[in-house]
Design a protein around this ligand. Structure first.
Ligand code: AMP
Length: 359
């Protein structure tokens, strides 16, 4: 891939102004790179830590062209950026990971179809076009089952769990999307994720699987590494690497998976960017997921993923953020706050990582 090798002093453009952009920009700054943030709102978490910020809509072509002209490479930190906006930037500067990868991950159906074509196991699923099709599919799939909107779904948004009592028309309305995907419910033993970084030379760095616990469909806690058998961990890592290779990824990819009680590993979702379950890598690993992204897209060697500590990462959601002062008094707890002024229920305000050093 013809990607210019970038050296410190170069400017990385980041589409999206959230905490993932903020932590990427901080990692970039440590290596001497500059970042230009493109966000839809002023005073964004990422914009606060960068001196170049564009505040405009993701479809504002003039603003996107100015942004593209001012950066040496661009990436994205948020999945639901309209693909047209990313493609506009890609018309005049290099965007990594490739925008096509973002398009696959933005569409749950395309994502699962892609996984099927490369022989990666997922739960059974079916495209659902309307409430009538849902009625039929509910009969075929049995209960419980999960109806998800194909687009714009994250943190459980646009997702409905179906039981024998559920009325298809109600579930269809609640899901709120134009097209749905019905999935067989996975009665998982645990949820894990694997983050892989891939450089432009094809070099790999794979973090060990971590275990994710959700509350109200939002990630609450990540336990790193996951408490799973080594054989399952190896299989999960191999799956993540296979997906990244087939996507021709340059950057960072998070693969969310279910581990069943029998030890099967099923892929649930892909995120071609740093990911919340990877936040522990900042404090517990030689190289964080954010630094790997910077290294990968700049054409630099990847860093070691070795971890000097086990870790438990806890999100500070909504008013949990008020616990920051208490967390600061714990000697092996690292506090990360995202600079969001407005506390809202369900809003990720920060996280804490508790370290358990290997002695
Ligand atoms: P998602 O938006 O697909 O990441 O789903 C959010 C969370 O909902 C997952 O992390 C799981 O805890 C749960 N979930 C999603 N899909 C399924 C499924 N097919 N079976 C069981 N739980 C699911």
């Amino acid at each position: 891939m013809a990607v210019k090798l970038l050296v410190p002093g170069a400017t990385i453009g980041i589409l999206g102004g959230g905490q993932l952009g903020r932590m990427t920009a901080l990692a970039a700054a440590r290596l001497g790179f500059r970042c230009h943030i493109f966000a839809t709102e002023p005073d964004s978490p990422a914009g606060q830590v960068c001196d170049q910020v564009s505040v405009a809509h993701y479809l504002d072509e003039e603003a996107l062209d100015r942004f593209a002209a001012s950066v040496d490479v661009a990436t994205f930190e948020f999945e639901n950026i309209p693909a047209e906006g990313v493609l506009r930037v890609a018309a005049s500067t290099t965007v990594l990971p490739r925008p096509e990868i973002l398009e696959i991950s933005q569409d749950r159906l395309r994502e699962k179809d892609f996984l099927r074509t490369i022989d990666i196991p997922t739960t059974a699923y079916r495209e659902i076009a309307d409430a009538t099709a849902l009625t039929r599919a509910m009969r075929d799939f049995g209960f419980p089952a999960v109806l998800k909107s194909v687009r714009m779904g994250y943190d459980g948004k646009g997702q409905v769990t179906l039981t024998p009592e559920t009325k298809p028309a109600d579930a269809w309305r609640q899901m709120g999307g134009e097209i749905g995907i019905l999935e067989a419910y996975v009665d998982f033993a645990c949820e894990i994720s694997v983050i892989v970084a891939r450089g432009r030379s094809g070099a790999w760095a794979t973090y060990p699987p971590v275990e994710n616990q959700h509350s109200h469909h939002i990630l609450d806690t990540t336990i790193a590494p996951a408490r799973i058998a080594p054989e399952i961990a190896m299989r999960a890592e191999a799956i993540a690497r296979h997906i990244a290779e087939k996507l021709d990824l340059v950057g960072v990819l998070a693969v969310e998976m279910f581990v069943t009680p029998k030890g099967d590993v099923l892929v649930n979702e892909l995120a071609p960017r740093p990911h919340n379950p990877g936040h522990w890598t900042i404090d517990a690993c030689a190289t964080s997921q954010f630094e790997q992204l910077v290294r990968a897209i700049c054409g630099l060697p990847l860093g070691s993923v070795e971890h000097h500590s086990d870790a438990v990462m806890k999100n500070l959601i909504g008013h949990d953020v008020e616990k920051w002062r208490e967390a600061l008094t714990e000697p092996l707890t690292k506090v990360h706050l995202y600079g969001k002024r407005q506390i809202q229920p369900g809003r990720k305000m920060g996280h804490v990582t508790r370290l358990f050093p290997h002695r």
